[in-house]
Ligand binder design. Sequence first.
Ligand SMILES: *Cc1c(COP(=O)(O)O)cnc(C)c1O
Length: 348
Amino acid sequence: MLPLNVIEDAAKNLSNYNGCGQSVMEMSHRSKEFQKIIDDAEANLRELMNIPENYKVMFLQGGGTLQFAMVPLNLLRNSKKADYIITGTWAKKAFKEAQKFGDIKAVASSEESTFSYIPKVKKEDFRPDADYVHITFNNTIYGTHYNYIPDTGDIPLVADMSSCILSEEIDVTKFGLIYAGAQKNVGPAGTTIVIMREDLIGFAQSNVPTYLYYRIHADNGSMYNTPPCFSIYIAGEVFKSILKNGGVAPLHKIDVEKAEKLYNYIDDSKLFRCPVAKEDRSLMNVVFVTGNPDLDKKFVADAKTVGLINLNGHRSIGGMRASIYNAMPMSGIDELIGFMKEFEKENA
Ligand SMILES: *Cc1c(COP(=O)(O)O)cnc(C)c1O
């Protein structure tokens, strides 16, 4: 979900943005109107996440998926070794992609238990000469989330925050690079946010395609080539709306209340069960099952008839998943729980 006020406001401004006579979809990315849009988006994201001066903020394309390649292509700069923690489908994809480019090691994995928890790793688990460590901070498909930031010592920590960015306060200084596709929690598909410590920029080899250099984007304010203007504009409006409501801290508080309410109901239920270890549960993606795949299918289909949509688990694992991103109101949680209670009564 996106905040309804952002969508409605964008609709009002769709054909004539702020009275400038053209749509954001039409304007030149070199126009002063768009320059203000992208500058404000960056400034507001910096404020929301308390991003230090020595970090660059970039709005790129290619989704989280392209970051799976850009990260190793730019950060495998000395030993060509990197250590990955495997906590789900996206983590594994990132790991496999990186293996094309260097000596990539899976230092921990929860695959043996269908990724139902986050492994606890210590500094000693990483290779001391690794160029970076990669984690997936929130595992969208399996509904897990790190409740700690791994201590990697001097090794830069890279985190995929596609499905949890802006849902909690984060100490950016603990990370060398953070990336997040916009479409889960921030805006429409089309842009990927990259927050990167400056001293890590500039190590890609000369045979790397130009677009995949972080340096090119950092030096050109994300405008080396035409950026995804509309997507950046809407993301910027979401940032403004979060700031207007007091920033990330109050939003996080509501996210916790929403998730707790749903998990508490599931834990008390006789029909539904959450397979995720309690301490590692995601605030954004609540995964649950009945234990009977046919009943799961019925649940998803019945829910749809009353307007509760997108409740199917990822096509790779089935079951159910309620993605309750920032913009989902508490009333959405209440509606879902109400429906689950009815379903439980009829099907237990
Ligand atoms: C969705 C998702 C991705 C993939 O994002 P694309 O923008 O589709 O490439 C990567 N990582 C995580 C954690 C995701 O949730």
